[in-house]
Design a binder for this molecule. Structure first.
Ligand code: IPM
Ligand code: MG
Length: 370
């Protein structure tokens, strides 16, 4: 059996370890039932790393993350670490990983499971069958631009500064990920910025258009101001296929799209770097939800987003699309059966724990695999 598939598992804080425990059972299952072996290593990131090492991620962990095929992360942060200085917070661990692994393309699918359509805050007919892919630029823009900081002015006022900045290459590489994805989907890309007020937005629009005209003429391209996109997402979300946008707009639009689907607890994400000479990309997979400190340690969290994040790893890192389909089908099956964790609870459904959700998903997997 080839033992060449390596994963670094970073469960993190809050519900992170609980949801990761269930994902690890799925990874084990895959290893046993399919002719693959996943080599798992586990480490700390976030508040747990602050407690153990005094920093949200160590150099050693970052190095490991660079060497494995993929990183699978649970969630980071919690009230215990809320009052730390900005640059020592748990979130910095995650931001450092994104930046140092150069994971510039963040894929956030917003898919509405039919069984959950009524849990959406929009009407069923608007969201049933929804399948959007948001591609968010993840290592540039106002999150990392300089100058940044808070300074005191001569008159005693303070001034906070962040810089929105993008280069041609940063725009082109993320846009090309969006075009490639669209070709495998419904062949449409909507690019969002604020070219009406921001120069970086003008550049974004021009570069995306140029790349399209040079290499992706077969894909339908639409430009949309980000505020209009926010509005269109709640007006008629099914008009979108792939949305590509910058770091900050992507942060916001992806949360909005996530909520359309009925639950944040269901949504995975992938963060990818540039392909190397062999076509392999550095990658980090994580659920879109946070560490949910209010329900941590209660065996109540929904493990599906983390399990679906592993499914994305199967698809985008390990080139195992059939196995990815299998995991996604198993998730759909447990929902169709009426099993619900608290976050997606509906009238008439059966409320189950994190562990029981995991058990049921494994059972569905075994049944589907025959
Ligand atoms: C996300 C989160 C992060 C972000 C935080 C935790 C730094 O909101 O992944 O969307 O803003 O990128
Ligand atoms: Mg966010």
């Amino acid at each position: 059996m080839p033992a060449n598939k390596s994963l670094l598992v970073l469960p993190g804080d809050g519900i992170g370890p609980e949801v990761m425990r269930e994902a690890k059972r799925v990874i084990d299952w895959m290893g046993k039932k399919r002719a693959v072996r996943f080599e798992l290593e586990e480490d700390l990131c976030g508040g747990c790393a602050i407690d153990a090492h005094g920093m949200p991620i160590t150099d050693d962990t970052v190095k490991k993350a660079q060497q494995v095929d993929a990183v699978l992360l649970g969630a980071v942060g919690g009230p215990k670490w809320d009052n730390l200085p900005f640059d020592q917070k748990p979130e910095r661990g995650l931001l450092r990983l994104r930046k140092e692994m150069d994971l510039f393309a963040n894929l956030r699918p917003a898919v509405c499971f039919p069984a959950l359509a009524d849990a959406s805050s929009l009407k069923r007919e608007l969201v049933e069958g929804l399948d959007i892919m948001i591609v968010r630029e993840l290592t540039g823009g106002v999150y990392f631009g300089t100058p940044r900081g808070i300074e005191t002015l001569p008159d005693g006022q303070r001034r906070g500064i962040n810089t929105q900045v993008y280069t041609t290459n940063e725009i082109r590489r993320v846009a090309s990920v969006a075009f490639e994805l669209a070709r495998k989907r419904r062949n449409k890309v909507t690019s969002c910025e604020k070219a009406n007020v921001m120069e970086s937005g003008v550049l974004w629009r021009e570069e995306v258009q140029k790349l399209h005209d040079e290499q992706y003429k077969d894909v339908e391209l639409q430009h949309m101001y980000a505020d209009n996109a926010a509005m269109q997402l709640v007006r008629n979300p099914k008009q979108f296929d792939v949305i590509v946008t910058d770091n900050l707009f992507g942060d916001i639009l992806s949360d909005e799209a996530a909520m359309l689907t009925g639950s944040l607890g269901m949504l995975p994400s992938a963060s990818l770097g540039a392909p190397d000479a062999t076509g392999k990309r550095k990658a980090l997979y994580e659920p879109v939800h946070g560490s949910a400190p209010d329900i941590a340690g209660q065996n109540a969290a929904n493990p599906i987003a983390t399990i679906l994040s592993f499914a994305m790893a199967l698809r985008y890192t390990f080139d195992m699309p059939d196995e990815a389909d299998l995991v996604e089908k198993a998730a759909k099956e447990v929902l169709d059966k009426g099993l619900r964790t608290g976050d997606i609870m509906q009238k008439g459904a059966a409320k189950v724990s994190t562990t029981v959700m995991g058990d049921s998903l494994l059972m569905a997997l075994s049944k589907l695999a025959g």
